[in-house]
Design a protein around this ligand. Structure first.
Ligand SMILES: *Cc1c(COP(=O)(O)O)cnc(C)c1O
Length: 405
């Protein structure tokens, strides 16, 4: 298929708006992606035609909503190649998914057990484990990184031992774009009997993970980074792990039978989906996955690779500009600083010229501490960005640098 970015952009109404009188150049995709009309239509359709509570109803609307919601679960199952649909749990997003696992493991860990995380983690992948360690007496170990922004696997090897119960690593770092060698990390963790959770929030917009091939125990992501809406995401868990973990919340939907003597829990996935779920969000999540697959992840990866190479080359022509995260194995995220200019000042001026980038620590303060910087400017690209937008970005950046130096 020939990749026609012009026609793809027509799917995204927001890309046509102006910001401060200038055409929007949206380069904050690692924070959230934009939503195509195909997904917006699904949301409008749901609320205009079949909004209803699911699973419990005998009436037509409830059955239609239930079918659409469960079909979305199967779309997600097949996209990630999970063995069973009930291994896909709908959550409100990556953070929620990670907290569910951390909460579940609280009853399985004891003093002396060890949890390994990586130096490249998002705060949402650090804090829940610190809380879990406080609760259980387990110890947190950290895989260090090198100056390219890569994990040092030889150090990981030394952290692993028979006390290691859990390993948590992101598939791709949101702050630097590094693609971590998760196959290797998973195999080695399994060799000592530890379970592995991969945070796929930043990977799923750019590649298509196969959870069975990876043999990963848990994999999580958010729909809003894959062209879907906010407030919905997923937790993939191997069936045997989801059976073993206790439920996260008590409430409707998650029970089989309730009496004051004893309550028995519902089967998977309902055991982890207490209360009325985000029905519309789940259906739209499925639609977003369908949308991305009609473009195709190989096409996406190739085109985004071109954008990354082009932007990196152009940026490095700028005097005093330093890129953080220079692994050969990275996705279309560029974190940088220019001389002593504060990233916030650059971000503010860029916005005046219609360019949306992120500035700050990107919820990854340990990485910023490693480089001894307060933060970076981060430009992150999706398949709907263009080389012309990169040109606009670079020229606005040069103007901002002139104004600030
Ligand atoms: C965005 C992101 C998260 C948090 O996702 P939420 O949707 O805010 O829960 C976690 N990890 C990584 C790597 C991310 O990029």
């Amino acid at each position: 298929m020939i990749f026609d970015v012009k026609s793809i952009r027509e799917d995204f109404p927001i890309l046509y708006r102006k910001v401060n009188g200038k055409p929007l150049v949206y380069l904050d995709n690692a924070a959230t992606s934009q939503t195509p009309q195909q997904v917006i239509d699904v949301i409008v359709d749901y609320y205009s035609k079949y909004n209803a509570n699911i699973h419990r109803g005998v009436h037509t609307l409830s059955q239609e909503a239930t079918d659409a919601y469960e079909n979305a679960r199967r779309t997600i199952q097949s996209h990630f190649n999970a063995k069973h649909p009930h291994e896909i749990i709908f959550t409100s997003g990556t953070t929620h998914s990670i907290n569910m696992i951390a909460n579940g493991f609280a009853s399985l860990l004891k003093k002396g057990d060890e949890i390994i995380v990586s130096a490249l983690e998002h705060h949402s992948n650090i804090v829940p484990w610190q809380m879990l360690c406080e609760k259980t007496g387990a110890t947190l170990k950290v895989i260090p990184m090198n100056s390219e922004g890569e994990l040092i696997i030889s150090e990981y090897d030394m952290l692993l031992n028979e006390n290691t119960k859990l390993v948590f690593v992101n598939h791709i770092s949101n702050a630097l774009g590094t693609i971590n060698p998760i196959e290797n990390i998973i195999t080695k963790a399994h060799d000592v009997g530890a379970a592995v959770l991969i945070d796929g929030a930043q990977a799923c917009p750019h590649l298509k993970p196969d959870v069975q091939k990876l043999n990963v125990d848990f994999y999580v992501c958010s729909a809003h980074k894959i062209c879907g809406p906010t407030g919905i995401g997923m937790l993939y868990g191997k069936e045997e792990w989801l059976q073993k973990l206790p439920p996260y919340q008590g409430g409707g939907e998650m029970i089989a039978e309730v009496s004051f003597d004893k309550t028995t829990y519902a089967d998977l996935p309902h055991k982890f989906e207490a209360g009325t779920p985000n029905v519309c969000g789940g259906i739209a999540f499925g639609a977003a996955i369908d949308y991305m697959n009609t473009i195709g992840f190989e096409t996406i990866a190739q085109y985004e690779g071109e954008l990354l190479e082009y932007a990196t080359t152009e940026l490095l022509y700028i005097d005093g500009l330093k890129i953080y995260g220079t692994s050969a194995n990275k996705t279309s995220v560029i974190s940088f600083n220019v001389g002593n200019i504060h990233p916030y000042d650059l971000g503010t001026l860029l916005d005046k010229m219609g360019i949306a980038v992120r500035t700050g620590h990107h919820c990854a303060q340990p990485i910023m501490d490693f480089y001894k910087i307060p933060g970076t400017v981060r430009a992150s690209f999706m398949f709907y960005n263009t080389k012309e937008e990169i040109d606009l970005f670079i020229s606005a950046l040069k103007k901002s640098i002139m104004m600030l130096s």
